[in-house]
Write a protein that binds this ligand. Structure first.
Ligand code: ADP
Ligand code: MG
Length: 235
């Protein structure tokens, strides 16, 4: 039986907009299992990044509940939410957001250092993960010495450093050419399955979703389920 890693229950995010309001998320419910790779596609402005911000505890939703690893995170104090974010959630963004002065290995080590881990343990794990994402020989390089695809691989490796329950990925291929983008999606699928992490990736790229287990659509804040026979249906 698979365990549910992420549950969103009737989550809405409403921004004020002058006299009116923007429903960035409109009663979104979804469940993602450990080891499952889920994609959410939709046009720009449809609410995809907001979905990740809310699931990643970067923003409090206007309504609804979020559970990560079975814990209702809405009921946690701010300090405990920060701990959940650090220890249970990995983020990968469109730009890899690496620190310019640090080597690939150091980008990973600092993540473990921030939560007080023993440096030797962290170094062993960092090397193992860099090896897994195909960067064994690039461990000593700084971001400017890496290609865009390699930087994105460091970003993925860094997100895996704390063995997260949940991996949240925002438009990981939009700065890459097709071939490198497809390789990144394959890698995300592989690490999701082999490490048992629940991965939610948002993208407006509907090509190369072969490694994805389920595809949702997002339209004006409404989540839809992609059904190959019937098109998009309410989730
Ligand atoms: P996507 O990632 O699909 O492009 P977003 O989640 O970024 O969409 O945005 C969804 C909607 O919410 C858009 O209409 C956007 O303008 C609006 N929005 C996003 N963040 C904010 C904010 N902090 N304040 C007000 N409106 C916002
Ligand atoms: Mg976005």
């Amino acid at each position: 039986m698979s365990t549910t890693a992420l549950t969103l229950n009737d989550v809405s995010m409403i921004y004020p907009d002058g006299d009116s309001e923007i429903k960035a998320l409109d009663s979104v419910s979804m469940e993602v299992a450990a080891g499952e790779f889920v994609a959410v596609t939709g046009p720009s402005g449809s609410g995809k990044s907001t979905l990740l911000a809310v699931a990643g505890l970067l923003q409090q939703p206007t309504r609804g509940t979020i559970e990560i690893g079975g814990v209702d995170v809405g009921s946690l104090r701010a300090k405990d939410r920060t701990t959940v974010r650090r220890d249970e959630i990995g983020f990968v963004f469109q730009q890899s957001n690496l620190i310019g002065s640090l080597t690939a290995l150091e980008q990973l080590q600092i993540v473990a250092h921030l939560r007080g881990e023993k440096p030797s343990d962290a170094t062993d794990r960092a090397k193992e993960i860099l090896d897994r994402v195909g960067l064994r020989d690039a461990a000593g390089r700084r971001p400017h010495q890496l290609s865009g695809g390699q930087r994105q691989r460091v970003g993925i490796a860094r997100a895996l450093m704390n063995t997260p329950t949940l991996l949240l990925v925002d438009e990981p291929t939009s700065a890459l050419d097709k071939e490198r983008g497809a390789a990144i999606l394959d890698l995300l699928g592989e690490v999701t399955h082999e490490r048992g992490v629940a991965t939610v990736m948002v993208t407006h790229d509907v090509e190369h979703l072969g490694s994805v287990d389920r595809v949702f659509g997002m339209d004006d804040g409404v989540l839809t389920v992609h059904d190959t026979d019937r098109g998009l249906q309410p989730a």
